[in-house]
Ligand binder design. Structure first.
Ligand SMILES: [Zn+2]
Length: 427
């Protein structure tokens, strides 16, 4: 398959979009039926040649557990086609293997090229990558390959020390940085202490963490980023190893556009039915054009919403809102439903909180929640934090202040990413 950025595909008319998505879905179903042992039987009553998108409900869902339990039967290629082997976090603690073929890597590169092009990155830019490039992860590699396709120069500093990133900023003056939002805040704090200007950075591509709330207003981390990088435009993206597809914002900043030729997006309720645009539900993605481990209707476990009206940028593709939380992390607290992300958004907006985590306990109908913070501000009290949380969460949640090192040890513990939520329910 050929994967090249085209403005024509980006700005298709609505009928053109349906036509393209129907064709891509048919090709995808035909491929899965012919090559994927996992789907062969599940698609026996589906005729890919006549399939239409309004019949999407007839296709099976796929969960992370399905992949963990049936890794080999998801393989739709032979071992000689394996190129890049990566690992994602599994559902039971054991990492889950994921295979990319040459085709899939090229698709990945195109996917990130789209993200960069949507953000206006061009051959004159210098892109600093602060996301992991090795350790069997895919994100950094994909951004590297995509960055190369734009003609820009790419700095592969990856998961290096914050000091080395600052040294590069001083030495090479990158114009674009890709990274996790909370890391980019830490980098800017160091730059401020060391008197290093960030004025030449015109674009930040934020991965891994939401930087906006459900109204597309910058959350705590997002606002701090904007203050620290005053000349940078902030772009939110959503992607994962399994869906291998990025939903990237355009310059209108009102949701990540679905790449019409790469994926089909759905939002579903508890019973697997599609919810109306604007309503929150689970994000389900069918990525097109994958030959290694193709998936159908992958349930991401993330909660967000879809906007379907055409965007002011001229694109007609549906947009995915910010991630509101993980489905399994929904807390039932004194009659209120709260996603930990809402607590995070509130905490990161409070000056003086330098780190935090949330623990949930309990079972059945009501959970107990504890918010643990560390602070550099002696005037900050648990009561003042509790008051702010009661506004956003509509509940009084206990807050305790602990030692900085103790909180950091919990957050940076053994996980590959900083972890701010610990689910001890049912333990
Ligand atoms: Zn747009």
């Amino acid at each position: 398959m050929m994967f090249n950025y085209s403005k024509e595909t980006e700005f298709l008319s609505l009928p053109g979009l349906t036509q393209l998505q129907t064709r891509k879905m048919r090709e995808h179903l035909a491929y899965c039926k012919a090559h994927s042992p996992f789907y062969k039987d599940k698609l026996k009553d589906i005729d890919p040649e006549t399939f239409t998108l309004d019949n999407i409900g007839a296709l099976p869902f796929t969960t992370k557990d399905d992949i963990v339990e049936n890794q080999d039967t998801f393989l739709a290629c032979t071992e000689k086609d394996f190129r890049d082997i990566v690992f994602t976090s599994g559902t039971t603690g054991e990492p889950c293997r994921f295979i990319y073929t040459q085709n899939d890597l090229e698709r990945n590169a195109y996917n990130e090229e789209r993200c960069f092009c949507t953000a206006g990155v061009n051959a004159e830019d210098r892109i600093l990558l602060t996301c992991t490039l090795d350790r069997c992860f895919i994100a950094g590699m994909a951004y590297y390959m995509g960055g190369m396709k734009t003609g820009a120069s790419v700095l592969r500093n990856g998961l290096s020390s914050i000091e080395s990133h600052l040294w590069i900023i001083r030495k090479v003056r990158p114009t674009v940085i890709v990274g996790i939002a909370s890391f980019l805040v830490k980098l800017a704090e160091l730059a401020q202490r060391e008197n290093v200007s960030l004025d030449h950075i015109r674009c930040l591509i934020c991965v891994g963490e939401p930087i906006k709330d459900e109204k597309f207003v910058l959350n705590g981390i997002g606002s701090r980023l904007q203050q620290f990088y005053p000349h940078a435009e902030l772009f939110a993206t959503y992607a994962s190893t399994e869906i291998t597809t990025g939903f990237s914002e355009c310059s209108c900043h009102c949701g990540g556009h679905q790449p019409a030729d790469l994926a089909y997006l759905e939002i579903i309720d508890e019973n697997g039915n599609t919810v109306p645009p604007g309503q929150p539900g689970e994000v389900v993605v069918t990525p097109f054009g994958i030959t290694g481990m193709p998936l159908i209707r992958f349930r991401t476990g993330d909660i967000s919403f879809m906007l379907s009206e055409p965007c002011r940028c001229g694109r007609n593709t549906p947009r995915l809102g910010p991630i509101l939380g993980r489905k399994k992390h929904l807390l039932k607290y004194k009659g209120t439903s709260i996603y930990p992300q809402v607590i995070f958004n509130t905490l990161t907006a409070i000056p003086g909180i330098d780190n935090y985590y949330v623990v949930a306990y309990g079972e059945d109908l009501s959970d107990s929640i504890e918010v643990v913070i560390s602070t550099t501000d002696p005037a900050l009290t648990p009561e003042s934090v509790q008051r702010q949380l009661s506004v956003t969460c509509r509940a009084r949640i206990p807050v305790v202040i602990r030692d900085t090192a103790e909180v950091a040890a919990m957050v940076f513990g053994s996980s590959r990413k900083p972890q701010h939520f610990f689910d001890k329910r049912g333990e």
